[in-house]
Design a binder for this molecule. Structure first.
Ligand SMILES: *Cc1c(COP(=O)(O)O)cnc(C)c1O
Length: 413
């Protein structure tokens, strides 16, 4: 079994228990080196001057993390006006931001348009709404090529049964609407789904979108979407996505298309998870242990208000156990269920997994918690969302978001 914190020297000289003492439990701990490393890996995926990477900030929109990723030269995808707002606070400029929205009001579109931010619309009716409000302007459309991929039905976003994008058979309608309002379609984009571990479907989607692109005469960019997976099951030996071959294959396809069609186009991808997931370990504490009808329950403060992925998608996160700051990896093992402190029976972090025997007062580390962790956390049960800290390259620890306070719970009243 491989222990992530050992492979990566994740904590540098810091100790899990001291971090929790100082910042409270639970706690999202980020490692700056890993974050920067992933940003660089994805940025160099395709070695072409017109290949760009936009980070999809819904995976993690902590202001400090956004600043680091900007330093690394990533652009950004926003899904809402709030995400545009936070990106501007982090120093991103209009040309750095792509607004990929769905089912929004004209006012929300205007928030982006007023700032000169490129908008992608997700349906014919949204294209019409855009045209009525912003005639004679540029816009991008999100297409759905009928190809989907992902780790769970809820994250497959392309394909014939999902809510996203415009069906390729409707392409003439796109042109009708854009003629009616004098719109210039300067971008097309797609996103086939989340967490693929083999590039086959993604590349198929790329080929498909490149074929479709030939129908669009005013294109300035083509965005192939995100979904790049990370190995959540490292303890079982799962290997990372093979990026080198993937990048070469992608480059081959793109260069081929470019030389055949003699078009000057920017190519983009928009990963979220890949950039941030592995940069964080979520720490929590064990407060109870019980055996109910032969099922062992480990009771922690890691409820689904803190990390909802397992409860929502049945997602797997590797678990590490720390006792007196030492990683526990010795036998005996036992099969346990790790639960949180939310009053719902679906509040399960880990279901029947063989782990080293866990006791009260142990610390639990949830691996690969940087993506869709804090960003999907909530105040359900009136629990505080946790603090976030960053272990910097020099080993020092920076508080990058305070833990909620009781006052935060009443600030709307
Ligand atoms: C969520 C999303 C992404 C990022 O997905 P990941 O699986 O985190 O890479 C990219 N593009 C769009 C349009 C999205 O909605």
């Amino acid at each position: 079994m491989k222990y992530f914190s050992e492979i990566t020297d994740f904590y540098k000289q810091n100790k899990p228990s001291e971090l929790l003492e100082q910042f409270g439990s639970p706690l999202y701990v980020y490692n700056e080196d890993i974050l920067r490393q992933r940003a660089r890996q994805i940025k160099s995926l395709v070695d072409m001057p017109n290949f760009e990477v936009s980070y999809s900030i819904k995976a993690n929109s902590n202001l400090h993390i956004l600043k680091i990723l900007k330093e690394e030269g990533l652009y950004a995808d926003a899904m809402s006006d709030g995400e545009i707002f936070i990106l501007e606070k982090a120093g991103y400029e209009k040309d750095d931001i792509f607004f990929v929205c769905n089912n929004v009001s004209a006012e929300e579109m205007r928030y982006a348009v007023d700032r000169g931010i490129m908008v992608s619309v997700d349906s014919l009716s949204q294209l019409d709404l855009y045209g009525r409000n912003f005639p004679k302007s540029k816009v991008s459309v999100r297409l759905n090529p009928g190809i989907g991929a992902g780790h769970h039905q809820k994250v497959v976003t392309g394909g014939k049964t999902t809510k996203f994008g415009i069906n390729l058979e409707k392409i003439e309608d796109i042109f009708d609407i854009s003629r009616k309002y004098n719109l210039k379609i300067t971008g097309i984009n797609q996103h086939i789904g989340s967490l693929f571990m083999s590039s086959t479907e993604y590349l198929r989607g790329v080929n498909e979108l490149l074929q479709t692109a030939l129908f669009f005469k005013d294109l300035e960019f083509i965005d192939f979407g995100g979904g790049f997976g990370i190995p959540y099951k490292k303890q079982e030996g799962q290997q990372p996505l093979e990026l080198v071959q993937f990048g070469q294959d992608l480059k081959y396809i793109l260069s081929q298309w470019q030389s055949e069609n003699k078009r000057d186009i920017i190519f983009r991808c928009e990963p979220g998870r890949f950039v941030v997931a592995e940069s964080s370990i979520l720490l929590g504490k064990v407060y109870a242990k019980k055996n109910n009808y032969n099922k062992i329950f480990i009771g922690t403060d890691l409820g689904f208000s803190v990390l909802i992925r397992p409860a929502m998608y049945g997602s797997h996160h590797d678990i590490e156990v720390y006792r007196k700051n030492k990683l526990v990896k010795n036998k005996p093992f036992e099969s346990v269920n790790i639960t949180g402190n939310i009053c719902e029976s679906g509040d399960i972090l880990v279901e029947e997994r063989e782990l080293p025997v866990i006791n009260e007062e142990d610390i639990i580390g949830v691996m690969d918690a940087g993506a869709y962790g804090y960003s999907m956390s909530s105040n359900y049960n009136n629990r505080m969302r946790p603090a976030e800290v960053l272990i910097k390259s020099n080993g020092s620890v920076q508080l990058i978001r305070k833990r909620d306070t009781f006052e935060d719970l009443i600030k709307g009243f």
